[in-house]
Design a protein around this ligand. Structure first.
Ligand code: MRU
Length: 332
């Protein structure tokens, strides 16, 4: 695994790998204001549920560096709200921001915020490895895996979530191959997953999203493995638009559908997927230069009902056929 870090904290400065420029250029943005952090999150310079949480945590800490004691609490609350609103769907963003607000616990100490952000970052690395250990047994020799979007190192830290079992199996010398959906409209699969996995020496084949069904029909997929932006209390999985298509294909062709879910992505406070706000993005992402005046439907995420999920792969082990009761116990 040799993907560059999506988020770096160096010499008291936040650096974000500009994923909009990948794979062509590797540029780090130095984030020196709250506005710059919000812009980086909205425009997907940094993206992927855990990575936006980590970036927002450091950005919130930075924004408090020179705030004097009397204004600390109000400024922290206002900056936290602005960051939480940057993108609505991944629960990790609000979760990480809330953790910093709780860590401040009424004090006006910038250093406490930086330490909490660094703790979230370090936990994330451990969580990814634990997901890898939980799920590596699924990858048997010759296994053909289909993945969607990017739930790899670039979306998290180090091993990624959906990619963690792949990296550990590859390291152990297990032969397997991966099909990566290109993931229209922003091409996270083509620009990021295919790039990340091939740099690591993993056998990866890129396909258009609409070619997936033909691979299932030809019996060329053994399992689907994706990440998630939020798993709700009943086990519904919110992930990149197009994930639901794959889950339906899995059910039709009898292929298992696995979701890598870190504890930070389980949202016990939201009952079902239909309670989650799905981010709607700009028409130009779909039309490119070919705008015709027709309306454009461009949701960034969809909801896969819990009933289509074979198992969650979590940092606390596998959770087959997730439902409300099992999830409450698993993450208690
Ligand atoms: O719009 P993005 O690129 O932030 O969407 C990312 C995804 O949907 C990922 O699958 C998800 O965040 C899981 S990342 C471990």
């Amino acid at each position: 695994m040799n993907a560059p870090a999506a988020v770096r904290w160096e010499n008291d400065r936040l650096l974000l790998l500009d994923q909009r420029a990948l794979p062509g250029e590797m540029i780090y943005l130095s984030i020196d204001s709250l506005d710059a952090a919000i812009d980086a999150i909205r425009t997907l310079a940094v993206r992927g549920a855990p990575a936006i949480g980590i970036a927002a945590a450091y950005a919130l800490a930075c924004s408090m560096r020179d705030v004097e004691g009397g204004k600390f609490a109000d400024t922290l609350a206002a900056n936290a709200t602005r960051l939480r609103d940057a993108r609505p769907t991944a629960v990790n963003l609000a979760w990480a921001v809330d953790r910093l607000v709780s860590a401040a616990n009424g004090t006006a100490d910038y250093a406490v915020l930086v330490s909490e952000a660094a703790r979230i970052h370090a936990e994330d690395r451990r969580i990814c490895r634990a997901i890898g250990e939980s799920g590596r047994h699924l990858i048997t020799p010759g296994c053909r895996i289909l993945t969607h979007c990017n739930a790899g190192a670039l979306a998290v830290s180090e091993l990624g979530t959906a990619t963690a079992p792949m990296y550990l199996s590859h390291e152990a010398g297990v032969p397997f191959s991966v099909y990566a959906d290109e993931t229209r409209p922003l091409l996270q699969g083509a620009r990021l997953t295919a790039w990340e996995l091939s740099r690591a020496g993993i056998d990866v084949t890129l396909l258009c999203d609409n070619a997936a069904a033909s691979l299932f029909a030809a019996g060329r997929i053994d399992l689907v493995l994706v990440g998630t932006d939020r798993v709700t209390a009943n086990g519904d999985v919110v992930n990149k638009i197009g994930t639901l298509n794959l889950a339906v294909l899995c059910r039709h062709y009898g292929v298992p559908f696995y979701v890598a879910c870190p504890s930070s992505t389980f949202d016990a406070g939201t009952a079902t997927g239909s309670d989650v706000m799905i981010e709607q993005r700009a028409p130009i992402e779909v039309t490119g230069p070919n705008a015709t005046g027709a309306a454009v439907y461009n949701p960034a995420f969809d909801v896969t009902p819990a009933g289509l999920v074979s198992a969650l792969i979590t940092d606390r082990g596998m959770l087959p056929s997730p439902d409300r009761e099992k999830l409450a116990e698993h993450f208690s």
